[in-house]
Design a protein. Structure first.
Ligand code: ADP
Length: 768
């Protein structure tokens, strides 16, 4: 080493000089002149020949490095906070021109098929305006420039120092862009393949490329490589995520869809959008799987494809795709072979055939069509298509299943709707989802979506004692919320119209095959009539016992009395009067029991009627006499409005029964006595008898039940008026059997009028 201190290391001058971009020519000249030889250039020589230049260069170098460092840090910071491909490219490119000092810089992405490079971002320092439109605006075929295909294979920086002479250059093309010197660097992805290029360009005159130009270009490219890789990865992830979302959407769509056409329409639209195709359609396999039938399309081109039949035998590509079990790309119309006509009619360049399989079974095929291009399908695109196809298959299977199920469900629903019992079904939360006709009628309403807490309020449910039914204690709530089965519970329903019914119901939880609770069902029926009947029966029994007990008491008393009178040796006449009243009570009991037997016969339809012609005037007259004999407080008066016989075909015994009934009622329900007026007339082939009393009348409430069995007016129940409530029912039934009518004509505080009409027969048939 030299002892001089001014130039610490002459050998480093060569390195520094080379590094700092002293033109190779100059270096060669210096070297030829021996200026760079440590042996031959001493400190003085060096000082004389090179020191000033080199130091100046060294200073510049230092500034540049410092500047570069700052820019790189800036860039690194900027790109580490961004995952937007364009923003990253822009930051890197802008920094690159500053650090390297080129006139232009750009980043081109290599297309998926590696045939093209496509500009991502570019910058032109001298002509910022034109930069985007010309040099950077168009994709360049890799084949058009040897430089590009070279970089695709060798990503390391390659220097085209002069585009007019360099072997990798295409002078004509570069001249067009005014490109004179280029450093082109390839950017490699994680797979080692070049995914982008970054050219640094000097325009106008050739630029002397120094080693540090290359070094900086390389460094910036490395920076871009990392940043863009990340951004690209992110973009891919984003795409995957979008696609995952789409698949989710499709899943939701197809699971929600009930109409196959709709569902398929949505599925094919998603597929077409995601594959950037121009058009698409779905065909479904026929029963035998030998032909495909058009089921959905994104738009109608010429004639609609829906309903079109494609026999597999005539469509080898479809058959191939199906055999393959994965998407098949038919890249050109020429390659379509037998399906060429199909391609031509739709004016397709290419088409992706996506087989739809479900559990290995052929369901159909989807087509994604391209009018003017042939798509490049990457492996993740294929995965996406496959996933989407799976969803389509599922959708088809599902809708077909639904169709089958809903046909069954419709039957079931019809059965439930028409059931002779009320059915209410809830979902798993207990919200009411079905109320059949009977249940709706029973409640006078059919509100759906009602939650358990609202059952009592919405449906107006009461306990039997009339207090509000706590909703969560209702059988249906118990079934759906606690899984309990509750049988034959009873409650009351107060309808909106004010009427009240008694309901009896059983609630059962509904569980799926796997044991999960799906909801609950309540079967409910109206037991009002039954409960009423039971109440009536109770009342009837107590009335009958009472009615039978009264004469029995008399009989018992009179018998005792007769015994005592005989023992005491009283006269037979006195004994006879006791026996008379015994006989009277026995007749009363007989009549009672007779009525009861008759009502029973009426129920069974075995009440015999023996018709014979009679003059009604005679029959009514006798009935009047009978009833007058029973009372001295009433005057029974008959007015017959004709002199001629009123001949009616009748069962003497039964009509007597009817008249006795009406007349005894008239007497019984006129406690203050009065006149009982009978008016008998005949007109238009009809005999009419009106029986009018001056009694207590019949209260309006319940009047419509007057002729029903066991019905007794509200004013006579639990009072001194005895009776079973079967007289009028029996009477009307007998009259109806005579083709006549028995009706209440008027009633009120002034009394009651019943009207009896019977058909008359011709005079000649009157019996003696
Ligand atoms: P009952 O044994 O109660 O008399 P009926 O069938 O003969 O049974 O009559 C039914 C009801 O009709 C009676 O309970 C009474 O309320 C009413 N009713 C019948 N006839 C008369 C009448 N003439 N005046 C007032 N109410 C009557």
């Amino acid at each position: 080493m030299d002892s001089t201190d001014q130039l610490p290391d002459l050998l480093s001058i060569r390195q520094t000089a080379a590094l700092l971009g002293v033109h190779p020519e100059t270096l060669r000249r210096w070297d030829a002149q021996g200026k760079l030889s440590a042996r031959r250039v001493g400190p003085r020589g060096a000082r004389r020949y090179a020191k000033r230049d080199v130091l100046r260069l060294a200073q510049r170098q230092e500034d540049r490095v410092r500047d570069a460092q700052r820019v790189v840090v800036e860039v690194a910071r900027a790109i580490s906070s961004s995952l937007d491909l364009h923003a990253v490219a822009r930051t890197v490119v802008d920094a690159a021109v500053r650090v390297v000092g080129s006139d232009r810089c750009a980043i081109y992405l290599v297309s998926a098929d590696r045939q093209m490079v496509e500009p991502l971002w570019g910058t032109d320092v001298k002509d910022p305006a034109s930069a985007q439109s010309l040099f950077f605006a168009n994709p360049i075929p890799v084949d058009a420039l040897p430089l590009l295909s070279h970089t695709l294979r060798h990503p390391e920086p390659v220097v085209v120092d002069d585009t007019e002479t360099h072997p990798l250059s295409n002078p004509e093309l570069f001249r067009f862009f005014d490109t004179r010197t280029v450093i082109n660097v390839g950017l490699r992805g994680t797979d080692g393949e070049v995914f982008a290029m970054m050219p640094f360009v000097w325009t106008g005159k050739p630029h002397t490329v120094r080693e540090d130009d290359v070094f900086f270009a390389h460094s910036l490219a490395a920076l871009a490589e990392v940043a863009l890789s990340n951004a690209r990865l992110f973009a891919q992830i984003e795409q995957e995520r979008t696609r995952a979302t789409i698949i989710n959407d499709v899943v939701r769509d197809v699971n929600g869809g009930r109409d196959l056409g709709d569902t398929l329409g949505r599925a094919i639209s998603s597929l077409v959008t995601q594959l950037d195709a121009d058009d698409g359609s779905i065909f479904l396999a026929d029963e035998q799987g030998t032909a495909m039938i058009g089921a959905a399309e994104t738009r109608v081109i010429g004639q609609s494809r829906v309903g079109v039949v494609l026999p597999l035998a005539a469509a080898p590509n479809i058959a191939r795709a199906l055999a393959l079990g994965e998407p098949l790309l038919v890249p050109t119309a020429e390659a379509a072979g037998d399906e060429r006509a199909w391609f031509d009619s739709l004016q397709l360049q290419s088409s992706l055939y996506v087989p739809l399989l479900s559990q290995g079974r052929l369901v159909g095929i989807a087509f994604a069509n391209y009018f003017k291009r042939t798509p490049q399908l990457l492996s993740n695109d294929k995965r996406f298509v496959a996933a989407l196809a799976d969803q389509c298959s599922l959708a088809i299977e599902r809708v077909r299943l639904l169709d089958a199920v809903s046909a069954r469900a419709a039957e079931l629903e019809a059965v439930i709707a028409q059931m002779g019992e009320g059915v209410i079904i809830t979902d798993r939360e207990g919200r009411i989802v079905l109320v059949n006709d009977y249940a709706a009628q029973l409640h006078g309403t059919a509100v759906l979506e009602v939650a358990p807490e609202q059952y009592s309020a919405e449906y107006n449910l009461l306990r039997l004692d009339g207090t509000p039914y706590p909703p969560l204690e209702l059988p249906l709530s118990g079934a759906v919320l606690k899984g309990e089965s509750i049988r034959n519970a009873e409650w009351r329903i107060r309808r909106a119209d004010g009427s009240e019914v008694i309901a009896s119901g059983s609630a059962t939880p509904i569980t799926g095959a796997d044991g999960t609770r799906l909801g609950a069902v309540l079967v409910v029926r109206d037991v009002t009539a039954r409960r009423k009947l039971e109440a009536e029966k109770d009342q009837f029994l107590s009335v009958v016992s009472h009615e039978l007990k009264t004469p029995l008491t008399t009989i018992k008393g009179q018998t005792e009395l007769a015994k005592r009178r005989i023992t005491r040796g009283l006269s037979p006449a006195e004994v006879l009067s006791s026996l008379d009243s015994v006989a009277k009570q026995v007749r009363r009991m007989e009549a009672l029991i007779g009525d009861l037997l008759d009502i029973r016969r009426l129920e069974t339809g075995s009440l015999p009627i023996d018709l014979a012609p009679h003059d009604l005037r005679v029959i009514v007259g006798e009935a009047c006499e009978r009833s007058q004999a029973m009372t001295d407080r009433h005057a029974v008066e008959l007015r017959v409005q004709t002199d001629r016989p009123i001949v009616v075909n009748l069962d003497r015994h039964r009509i007597d029964q009817v008249l006795d009934n009406i007349l005894s009622n008239a007497i019984k329900y006129s406690p203050d006595g009065g006149t009982i007026l009978l008016e008998l007339s005949a007109r238009d082939g009809e005999a009419l008898l009106r029986v009018h009393d001056q009694g207590i009348g019949i209260p309006e409430q319940g009047r419509e039940h007057l002729f029903e069995r066991f019905y007794r007016g509200a004013n006579v129940r639990a009072s001194e008026y005895g009776g079973l409530g079967i007289g009028l029912a029996l009477s009307r039934e007998i009259v109806v059997r005579h083709a006549g009518r028995l009706e209440l004509e008027t009633t009120g505080p002034e009394g009651t009028t019943f009207r009896l009409s019977l058909p008359v027969v011709s005079q000649s048939a009157v019996s003696a």
